[in-house]
Each structure stands twice: as C-alpha cells, then as structure tokens.
Design a protein around this ligand. Structure first.
Ligand code: PLP
Length: 397
C-alpha cells in the first residue's frame, strides 16, 4: 500500500521541476527603496509600497501610540467585542476619502473580495469576470456558488456578447474587474463597464487594490474616471499604497450594510489590530493633506517608463507604476532575473501560472521612495542585461 502522503511529495517535486517551488526570498529590512535581501544590499523594485509609507514617521508614531493606548490586538471578532472606536473612525474616514456613503474595514484585500462577492451573489446569479482578475476574485466567485462567466481581458464586445448569452438564465448579474491589473499595469475601462452595466441593470464591482493611493490623485479609479455613485462596490487594500494592512469595501450605505450582513469571510475572524488601524488613519491624513507623494510617484513612473521604452524594452500596455518587461519564455525570464539579482536589483520573474504561458516577464514597481539616482542606476543595469541577453539592441547600431 502506498503512503497516503506520497501524492504531496510527487506534486511538490513536479512544481520544483517547473521552477514553481516558491523559493521565497527573506528580507532583512523593511520595504524601502534600498533593502537587504538575504544579507545582500539591493535596490527594491518588487514591493507595492507605492508611496513609501511603510516606513513613514507619522504612521510609525500612530502605530506606537495605539499600542500604548489599546494594546496589541482587538481581542475578538468585530461582532462580539472586537469593534474599537478606531475601526469606526477609519471606516468613516475611508468613506469620506472614497466619496461613498459607507465603508467597511476588513482584515485584508483578499478578505474584502471574499466577503463582498460571496456576500452578494448566490447560486441563482451570474458573475462576469475579466480573464486577468486577481486570484481572490476568482476564489470569491467560486465561494459564492454563482455561475462564473469569464470575458476576455478588457474586451467590452466580448463582455456584452456574454451578458446577452447568459444573463437571461439568472436572477442577478455582477460585472467584476480589477481596477489596475497587477501583472500588466493596465487600467480597466471602468467608464465603459458602467455603461454596459446600466444598459443591462447589472451590479458593478471594482477591485482597486493597485489604484488606491495611485490613480485619481490617490483616491482611486472611480475618482480617475469621475464615476462617483456609479460603481456599486469598491474593494481595495490598505497593504499597498497605504503601506499597512487591511481591506476596504465601500459603496452606498445599503450595499455595505447588505454585504456586512451576508458576507462571512470577515465576520468569523478577529478585527484588525489597533496599531494597523491607527497607521491607516495616519496614511489617510497624509493623503488628504497633500498629493506630494502621489505626484512624486507619477513623476518617477513617467521618467522610468520613458527610460525603459527608449532602451527598447517591450512593456505591454502599462499605464501605471507597474512596469512589466515582457520576455516571453520562462528560461529567458529566469536568466534575466538571476542577472538582475547579481547586479543588485530586486524584482521577481513572473511565470505561469501567475501569467499566461509564453508571457513570462519581470515585473517592476517604482515608488515615490525611489530617487532619480536609484532609477538611473536601474536603467543602466537593465540596459546592460538587456544587451547581454539580446533582449534589446545597442542604440548606436
Ligand atoms: C488586485 C488585488 N486584489 C487583492 C489583493 C490582496 O490584497 P491583500 O494583500 O490586502 O490581501 C491584491 C494583492 O496582491 C491584489 O493585487
């Protein structure tokens, strides 16, 4: 008789063979522009610390003071004894910031998607989901038991055709999309999605995890398109541009109350810590006070993207600080990543299943914490590696 755990060993060996054994790098410093990884000093292009808030003095002070006042944990799930007045204050401030009637602050962005989608939809409903949506949207849709219809990435004709085919068989429909797509850096056509949703009376949801703090002067994709009041559910994370942790679900009071009552993922898990909640409030203070960090992020983005384009790299359709270097084959992406680490740049190769087969890439994220010298150093390293591996051609040739 075979050992009942053998299948696990075989599966892990297969993953290792195809390079998906998750050999996780260990950081010896916080997510700054300059970091130490496994003892080596590197320039960081891998973290989502868009505004450099991870190590901001105001957030650190707020977190420390919250620990002194409240202790280190919330002590219970929100419904029993875990709702602190800090949580309520943050939810009111998030609603004001996003210009919605109400907002919920939950444990993470993943929990926000699980709560919102599984709370809203049921086996009598249909979800229209962009092919490149985040894994937590895909999992949330499965959890909801609704019929899931995947439309081609940002393809509004395909979305419309699929709505016409499927909607008549279901009670309610939802269109869900990432706001900014995390592997490509492109922006969903939310204005067109809204129009289609209005035409068919569908619910709309956007996951703005990479847009919050980045698009629309930092206020996200709805602000970017001027669609206030038109998107039913705005989900986001406080772990990227906000530099802390937590998820947000924002919208009309009725919608938020409904999700709060029917979603489950958030409600059986303890509330976020006082330190995290207070740090998020401090991040909001900074974002509401000035757009300085957002402006610096975009100035860096324009500079870096132009530099990479001028070198001749293929960057796809990015419109945000997410810059993919499209390389195609896995081996080339791995070679590129290895050389990058040797030269002191920290960023990961993204291969299948994180991106489609044959579309391996290096994903770079520049932040407001990078200096011009950092970006110039990175551009010189990419030029060197690109020429060495034949990804770009010498400009003098
Ligand atoms: C689009 C999107 N949604 C949700 C999440 C999850 O956010 P969190 O890390 O707060 O769980 C991420 C993070 O990678 C993301 O990119």
């Amino acid at each position: 008789m075979s050992n009942k755990l053998d299948f696990m060993k075989e599966s892990l060996e297969t993953l290792k063979d195809i390079g998906l054994d998750f050999d996780i790098p260990v950081m010896n410093s916080g997510a700054e522009a300059q970091i130490t990884v496994e003892g080596k000093s590197m320039l960081n292009f891998a973290s989502n610390n868009y505004l450099g808030l991870v190590n901001h003095p105001e957030l650190k002070t707020a977190a420390k003071e919250a620990v002194d006042q409240w202790g280190v944990g919330a002590g219970a799930v929100r419904y029993i004894a875990g709702t602190l007045d800090l949580h309520i204050e943050l939810e009111q401030r998030l609603a004001r910031f996003k210009e919605t009637e109400a907002a919920m602050y939950v444990q993470t962005g993943v929990v926000a998607n699980l709560t919102a989608i599984a709370g809203l939809m049921s086996d009598e409903d249909v979800i229209f989901s962009d092919r490149l949506n985040h894994a937590s949207i895909i999992d949330a849709a499965i959890l909801s038991k609704a019929k899931v219809v995947v439309y081609e990435h940002c393809d509004m004709d395909d979305l419309q055709a699929k709505i016409t085919d499927h909607l008549p068989h279901y009670q309610r429909g939802l269109i869900v999309t990432d706001g900014v797509f995390s592997m490509d850096g492109d922006i969903a056509p939310l204005d067109q999605i809204c129009e289609i949703a209005e035409q068919y009376n569908l619910l709309t949801m956007v996951d703005d995890s990479h847009g919050d703090g980045v698009l629309g002067q930092g206020r996200g994709i709805v602000h970017h398109f001027g669609l206030h009041g038109k998107i039913d559910i705005e989900v986001g994370t406080l772990s990227k541009a906000f530099g802390v942790i937590g998820g947000v679900i924002a919208g009309k009071r009725l919608v938020v109350d409904y999700i709060n009552a029917h979603g489950r993922a958030h409600s059986f898990s303890t509330g976020t810590t006082p330190a995290d909640t207070a740090a998020c409030l401090a991040a909001l203070d900074i974002l509401e006070r000035s757009t300085e960090l957002v402006d610096k992020l975009w100035a860096n983005t324009d500079y870096f993207r132009t530099g990479m384009q001028d070198l001749g790299f293929s960057l796809g359709n990015t419109q945000t600080p997410i810059t993919p270097i499209l390389l195609g084959e896995v081996d080339l992406a791995r070679q590129f990543a290895k050389r990058m680490l040797e030269e002191g740049i920290f960023a990961a190769a993204q291969t299948f299943p994180l991106v489609p087969k044959g579309k391996a890439r290096i994903r770079l994220i520049n932040t407001a914490a990078h200096s011009r010298e950092d970006l110039d150093f990175a551009l010189s390293v990419f030029e060197k590696i690109g020429l060495e591996l034949g990804v770009i051609r010498n400009r003098e040739q």
